[in-house]
Design a protein around this ligand. Structure first.
Ligand SMILES: *[C@@H]1O[C@H](CO)[C@@H](O)[C@H](O)[C@H]1NC(C)=O
Ligand SMILES: *[C@@H]1O[C@H](CO)[C@@H](O)[C@H](O)[C@H]1NC(C)=O
Ligand SMILES: *[C@@H]1O[C@H](CO)[C@@H](O)[C@H](O)[C@H]1NC(C)=O
Ligand SMILES: *[C@@H]1O[C@H](CO)[C@@H](O)[C@H](O)[C@H]1NC(C)=O
Ligand SMILES: *[C@@H]1O[C@H](CO)[C@@H](O)[C@H](O)[C@H]1NC(C)=O
Ligand SMILES: *[C@@H]1O[C@H](CO)[C@@H](O)[C@H](O)[C@H]1NC(C)=O
Length: 445
């Protein structure tokens, strides 16, 4: 057992400007797991050898990208950007004393991760687990995205698993071809909004057609909304400098977060969606009610522009971000090896706080998750080495850090009800109408 305690907290330091709001106390981040390369719980030692011998398992090509929590497990996504990734979704125990390189268990199973089988998972960049215990998996269907020859194996799909049921049956829902292009769409990240039939807001960081895909579970309908200005990479933010390495990476809309419910002036419920391109210094916001308006997708380019709010700049680029149930956003600042937070009730420009900074341990902040005990977790994955094909199997390349914040995921944010729901009017009308019928009935009689 060796919990490595580390990571300087620069509590009072702000990411940008002098503090104007109180700084919450934050516990240090600790390393709870770390790996040089990712290995798996194989069905037999021969399996490992066979996969290894036939280049279906190339240890240095397996990168952890996404992280989620449910029950006693941490779920990890392993996008098949290179060849030799035997499973694209896996889990490890959330609580265990040994920090060194736990072996990953393919999820739901080995066969459910088979390449080329369209009943199985092909390429998972991120997943989300909603308040009802439903796992929403983004499966791009295309593998080898960082190779010379990416191959579209299966249609881009949403795959659902009801984790409560325990049988881990997958329901695959291919996205409409009006919404996705199987050879260019890149389903990157999502938030789930458990209201009115359950929506997912998905970032598509396609190099040619970036946008937000909205998917409504109740009727399995999807549409895509675009806004070039806020969803595209910008040249001044395409260069990443980290740990002595420089990488040029013009990546479009990527991280996404969802705020708590609020009541609008006209007494309806809404939420704010936050997003940013990876290669950008800006954070943007748009109301969920706008994304949910299908007719804006019909209008096309320009339709979203009046509704997008530029909240201001950060000191560096951000990959993953996550909001808690009260509207506090956690995000990485890649170039400064920093984890930051922002209480969305205050102005973004003055409200950003650095909660951890460490050039040796915080080397490319990717995704965050919360557990059910008030902890936040973050994946550190040195993506710059992976992209430059310079992963050293002699060094620690992947870490999961954890800190106690006392908060829980945005999916558990409070449900609000309008004070005068429009539905209230309906029963009165019905009664009135039926009284009218009685009146006429009397006349006719
Ligand atoms: C894998 O390759 C090694 C070295 O060539 C060989 O000894 C071994 O039998 C192979 N294992 C399997 C399962 O193919
Ligand atoms: C971890 O260590 C603690 C204290 O040493 C012990 O109580 C606990 O059972 C251990 N947990 C596991 C999963 O081994
Ligand atoms: C969302 O809508 C509310 C009013 O309903 C408005 O005050 C707010 O500025 C909007 N937010 C964004 C990001 O557009
Ligand atoms: C959806 O957008 C269209 C086009 O801008 C607008 O006319 C309509 O009122 C919007 N609907 C809702 C429910 O906001
Ligand atoms: C966020 O700010 C609001 C308003 O200033 C405050 O009531 C709330 O406690 C803050 N949340 C946290 C987690 O600090
Ligand atoms: C890069 O990170 C490693 C591991 O933390 C460290 O040993 C090394 O000094 C760093 N190199 C530079 C140039 O910062």
């Amino acid at each position: 057992m060796m919990l490595i305690v580390l990571i300087a907290i620069i509590g009072a330091a702000t990411a940008q400007q002098p503090p104007r709001t109180s700084v919450p106390h934050r516990e240090q981040f600790r390393v709870i797991y770390e790996w040089r390369t990712i290995d798996f719980q194989w069905e037999s030692p021969t399996d490992r050898e066979t996969y290894f011998n036939t280049s279906r398992y190339i240890p240095q090509n397996v990168l952890i990208s996404g992280i989620n929590f449910y029950g006693d497990n941490i779920y990890l996504s392993l996008p098949r950007m290179l060849d030799g990734v035997p499973a694209t979704l896996a889990y490890i125990p959330a609580h265990q004393n040994d920090t060194t390189a736990p072996k990953l268990n393919p999820f739901p199973s080995w066969s459910d991760n088979e390449i080329g089988n369209c009943d199985a998972l092909q390429f998972v960049q991120n997943i989300e687990i909603d308040r009802n215990g439903i796992m929403w998996i983004l499966d791009n269907g295309r593998v080898g995205t960082l190779t010379q020859n990416p191959i579209t194996k299966c249609p881009p799909s949403i795959v659902l698993i009801d984790l409560k049921s325990g049988n881990n049956k997958m329901e695959r829902i291919p996205l409409s071809l009006d919404t996705v292009n199987p050879s260019t769409t890149y389903l990157n990240d999502l938030v789930v909004d458990n209201r009115d039939g359950d929506y997912a807001y998905i970032t598509d960081n396609s190099a040619v057609d970036p946008g937000i895909i909205v998917f409504r579970l109740s009727d399995k309908k999807s549409w895509k909304l675009r806004d070039k200005k806020s969803m595209s990479s910008t040249p001044e933010a395409a260069l990443f400098r980290i740990n002595g390495t420089t990488v040029n990476l013009p990546v479009n809309i990527d991280g996404i977060a969802l705020g708590p419910q609020f009541l609008t002036e006209d007494d309806s419920v809404d939420r704010t969606v936050y997003y940013c391109p990876l290669s950008s210094f800006h954070l943007y916001a748009i109301n969920a009610s706008v994304l949910r308006n299908e007719s804006l997708a019909m209008i096309g380019e320009g339709a979203l522009r009046p509704y997008v709010v530029d909240l201001g700049t950060k000191t560096s680029q951000t990959d993953g971000m996550k909001m808690d149930s009260t509207g506090v956003l956690f995000f990485g600042l890649i170039g400064s090896s920093t984890i930051a937070e922002w209480n969305s009730t205050v102005d973004f420009r003055s409200g950003q706080r650095t909660i951890a900074r460490d050039p040796n341990y915080i080397q490319w902040v990717d995704r965050f998750t919360f557990d059910d005990r008030g902890n936040i977790y973050v994946i550190i994955n040195r993506l710059y080495n992976f992209i430059k094909n310079q992963v050293s199997t002699e060094e620690v390349n992947y870490r999961i850090l954890r800190s106690y914040t006392g908060s829980k995921s945005y999916v558990f944010s409070e449900d609000l009800k309008p004070s005068t729901p429009p539905q209230n009017a309906a029963p009165t009308k019905t009664i009135a109408a039926s009284m009218l019928v009685f009146a006429f009935a009397h006349l006719i009689a």
